[in-house]
Structures are given as C-alpha cells and as structure tokens.
Design a binder for this molecule. Structure first.
Ligand code: GLN
Length: 469
C-alpha cells in the first residue's frame, strides 16, 4: 500500500490504524524470516500507538502522516530503543533521545515499526558488512539488496513498510533503492536535520527517504525537512515543497555527462537510461551533453575524504562512553580490546585508511588534496548546472549482484558507488527511481538537482513514473 492508499482506508473508515499496523507486522512475520530486513520490530509500542491514534480526535486524524507505519534504518535514534548502527560495539546501546526526523514523523502521526539491517555504521554497499547477518534481495534471494540501507530497501520492496528513513552519505539510500526497485531521495545537505543520525562522515551525512513512489517521498519530506536548532548545518530557510502532478517537462534541460558512460557501466544498463532520457525528450525536454572530466575522480575523492571522517567519528566508540565493553587490564588495553572485538573488518579498514590520509606525513598529499579536488568538483557541477536544470544518469553501474561476489574485494565493492558519490561530494539533492530491468532485476535512474532544489528533483522524477504512455 502507498501512503495515499492507507489514508483512503482511514477516510473511508475501511481499516483502523491498528488493523493497518497489524497487517504490516503480520507481513514482516511472514516474510522476514527469509529476508532478514529487520533487526527488531517494535510490535508492542507500535500497537499501543496505533490504538492511541484510533482513539484520538479529529485534530490527530488531520495530521499529515496520521497512522502511517514506517521502517527506520538502525542508525537513526528512537528514544528508549536499541540503536546499533549495524555494529557489535553498539549491540547493547539504548538511545537516550530521538532524532529530529523521528520526532517530526511521530508528531505527524507516523508509527515506527522497527529498525532495519545495514552495513556497520553505513560502511558498505551490500549490507554484508552488518554485524548481524546479511539481508536478501526480495527480488532474488541469492542477491544482495545493496547498501548500506539494504534492510530498508528489502522492507519497502517486500511491502513490509510503506516508507522508511535512513542515512545517505555516499549513496546508502539511493543505491539499495535502485537495486530493489524502490525510490530513494538524498536531500540537499542540511535540508533535513542530522540530529540523532549516528555520524559516519559528517560533511556528507544526510537523512534520506525511501518509498515505492515519489509522492510518498514528498509527503515525508514535507514533514521532516526544515530548520533545526540542534543541527548547526541545517538550512535557515525552508526549501520549496514539491508540486507533483503539475510538472511540465517541456523546456526542461537535462544534462548528461559523458563521463557517466565509460566502461565501468554495465553495457545492458545504457539502453534503459537512454530510453528514460528519451521519454523526457519526447515530452519536450532538451538534452544537454556535458563534459565534466573531474567526475572521473569523484570516487577517489570520496574514498579519501570519507574514511578520514569515519576514522575520527569512530573515536567515540572507546568502551568508556557507550556500547559494549571488552575488559582490559589498563585503559589502553581496555580501549584496544573493545575496539578490536567491537568493530568489523570494513570499519577497521576505513579507520586505518582514514588515519593514514590524515597522518602528518601524508595529510598534504591525500587529505588536503582531496579537499581541494572536492571544491573543484563542486564548482564544475555548479558551472555545468548553469546550462541545465537537472543531471541524469544511472544510480548504480550494475544490477544487484550475488551475495558474496564482491565481499572479499573492497575496491570492486567501492566501484558500485561511482555515481551516487557525485551529489554527495557537492551536497546536492538526488533521487533514484526505477527505470526498467536487466535480466529481471531493477535499474535505477539518478536525477540530481541544483543546491536546495529538492522539490524540482522530486517533480521531475514524479513526472517519469506517472507519465502518459
Ligand atoms: N556505499 C557507500 C560507502 O560505503 C555509501 C555509504 C553511505 O551512504 N552510508 O561509503
């Protein structure tokens, strides 16, 4: 069901909030033994809240997400619930407060169903780096759902929740959405408060939204976006809201960088992306060929800066402040034992990489150079976007791959992020929407917009999914 379908049940009084909530919990019960999307469901508190909402008056019923259940990636805090970040080190950590996004959703009438599986602290593209087992792609149980929000994407694709929220740093909402056939938005950096989102790489971290359609994403965006005193990077002005439905794409200028179509892209995907762009052109949009050479370096820039930030953000997990503790004889051995046992291999790899690029002998050669390259890339995109309204291309260079196929080859795994890291580096909004299949598995079209033009990105994406055919 979409959010609108559920709302229709409420206005027609054909289902109660409790019945809708029970239906989702039953669906999770039925499917999740096979898929492994949820780490935990909050069945008791969800039912309690549903009953409260059923008993509530008209004021409550008028709220924008009244009685809408949702899934939460286990990196966003919900007060009183376990929040693990997919990591052994936080296995026993209980959140002391709720994230701003959660508070706003709950205040709007939404009900959190549970927390979903993910790569440890967001580090990964397949959900195989979770400390709590793999999640399977509902469309092919032998394949990964993408990552790091693979649990969220599997939950949406298997209709175990109508929407969900999760951190998107370098593509963690968009790429799994693409691999599972869902829609995923990464907002402009600062458009949605990061307060209560566990930090991975702070200058890239955003709270993203996943659903089966753009209308639902827009409904959630309207509720959670906007200024928040608790996040210093949050925008001071509210962004325009999507109009959805009135969008006319004639005259829309679509930038298509030639760098997106090199030999790293699986050839079978090219046709679908070209067909999607052609559909816009047939409705009067104008294709603008772009040549942005620095895009070839986007992945390298991201994989220097991101580990640098991950390595410093992971410092807080020392066994002294929160989470699990492995006892040592003295302070140093205590910290060492806790971190040694608590972190998985991928997080350790990034801590090592990050510490290396920040170390005295190498900071100029790697970190500072990457900072300058990021600025150059941002400028190049700004310049390119003077000639176009949006930039389109694939979300992922491949369709979902077999579980285990890339797990022992981190560099190949990192390559799956080549397109999603582009808007992440520049802080720009981007959405992934389904655009056909290859070998029966979904392909994602990534639409990136100008700074703060989240509404435009959603309008353009909505047009494609709803276009007359
Ligand atoms: N796959 C990317 C990475 O491993 C994206 C992570 C994210 O957005 N959290 O860094």
């Amino acid at each position: 069901m979409t959010i609108r379908d559920i709302q229709k049940h409420y206005t027609d009084r054909t289902m109660s909030v409790r019945e809708v909530t029970d239906a989702y919990l039953a669906r999770i019960e039925e499917r999740d033994g096979t898929l492994g999307a949820f780490l935990e469901t909050f069945a008791a508190s969800a039912r309690l809240r549903a009953d409260e909402l059923d008993a509530a008056g008209e004021d409550e019923r008028a709220k924008p997400l009244y009685g809408i259940p949702f899934a939460n990636k286990d990196i966003i805090l919900v007060a009183g619930k376990t929040a693990s970040g997919g990591s052994r080190i936080l296995e026993s950590y209980t959140a002391a407060y709720s994230a701003t996004a959660i508070e706003r959703l709950e205040a709007a009438g939404a009900i959190v169903l549970g927390r979903t599986n993910m790569d440890e602290f967001g580090c990964g593209s397949s959900t195989e780096s979770s400390a709590f087992g793999v999640t399977k792609n509902p469309l092919d149980l032998e394949r990964v759902p993408g990552g790091s929000s693979g649990g969220l994407a599997a939950a949406i694709a298997a209709e175990m929740a109508p929407f969900g929220i999760g951190g998107d740093t370098g593509g963690s909402v968009r790429q799994p959405a693409a691999l599972c056939g869902a829609c995923g938005l990464r907002p402009t950096y600062g458009a949605i408060s990061r307060y209560g989102l566990m930090a991975m790489a702070s200058s890239f971290d955003t709270v993203g939204i996943m659903a089966t359609n753009v209308e639902d994403i827009a409904s959630v965006f309207r509720v959670i976006a906007g200024r928040d005193e608790k996040d210093a990077n949050s925008h001071t002005v509210d962004l325009p809201i999507p109009e959805l439905g009135v969008m006319d794409v004639s005259g829309l200028r679509i930038g298509v960088p030639k760098q997106y179509f090199d030999d790293r892209l699986e050839p079978g995907i090219v046709k679908n992306i070209e067909q999607a762009i052609a559909a816009y052109e047939a409705a009067g949009a104008v294709r603008v060929e772009l040549d942005i050479p620095i895009l070839e370096d986007a992945l390298a820039i991201y994989y220097v800066l991101m580990p640098a930030e991950v390595s410093s953000n992971m410092n807080r997990y020392d066994g002294l402040q929160y989470g699990s503790v492995t006892e040592g004889n003295d302070l140093l051995s205590h910290v060492r034992a806790t971190r040694g046992a608590g972190f998985g291999d991928e997080v350790k790899r990034r801590i090592l990489l990050g510490t290396f690029v920040l170390s005295a002998g190498y900071v100029d050669a790697y970190y500072k150079k990457a900072v300058r390259a990021r600025e150059a890339l941002t400028r190049a995109l700004e310049e390119a976007m003077r000639d176009c309204d949006v930039i389109m291309g694939p979300t992922s260079p491949t369709i979902a791959w077999k579980i285990g196929e890339k797990f022992d080859d981190p560099v190949t795994m990192y390559l799956s992020d080549i397109y999603t890291v582009v808007p992440s580096l520049a802080g720009l909004p981007a959405i992934s929407i389904p655009c056909g299949t290859l070998d029966g598995l979904p392909i994602g079209l990534q639409i990136m917009g100008r700074f703060a033009q989240d509404a435009k990105v959603m309008d353009v994406a909505h047009w494609y999914l709803e276009r007359p055919q």
